[in-house]
Design a protein around this ligand. Sequence first.
Ligand code: CMX
Length: 134
Amino acid sequence: MIKKIEHLGIAVNNIEEATKTYEALLNVPPYKTEIVEREGVKTVFFECGESKIELLGATREDSPVGKYLSKQKEGIHHIAFFVDDLKSEMKRLQSEGFQLLSEEPKAGADGKSIVFLHPKSSHGVLVELCEDRT
Ligand code: CMX
């Protein structure tokens, strides 16, 4: 079951500059910075009530965020929903006709197992499903 919006991912051109901007905006320092090599991304996380903001900077031009930023302006890149049972939610969404971008959950940033849905499945929004990695 989808429980809440876990975070919003924001693709940025300059992660250091964006970190200062969001620190000033949210009035809290980031609680985590993490590079996810497989995704070619540097992430910076801020708490925002029950949800989080994840800044995404590309570490490689051919990564998903690098490709995104080469085609579009920086801005909201994805919405991540927290689920209580990722595999059963993947099965449910597949049977509803959503296109999953991987058949198995992957290790994502911030201790999560993650799966993305293709933005064409959800009216132009890249959706991430995540659960706590055990
Ligand atoms: N939001 C909305 N639409 C997006 C998008 C995004 N973030 N990224 C790409 N698209 C759209 C493109 O605009 C394009 O649309 P058109 O066909 O209408 O032009 C379409 O999707 C295909 O895009 P593309 O540039 O050809 O890129 P790819 O097909 O190579 O990849 C996607 C697109 C979504 C499959 C790929 O980015 C992906 O696998 N994403 C999931 C992984 C990811 O984003 N990782 C980074 C975050 C990691 C983290 O959070 O830690």
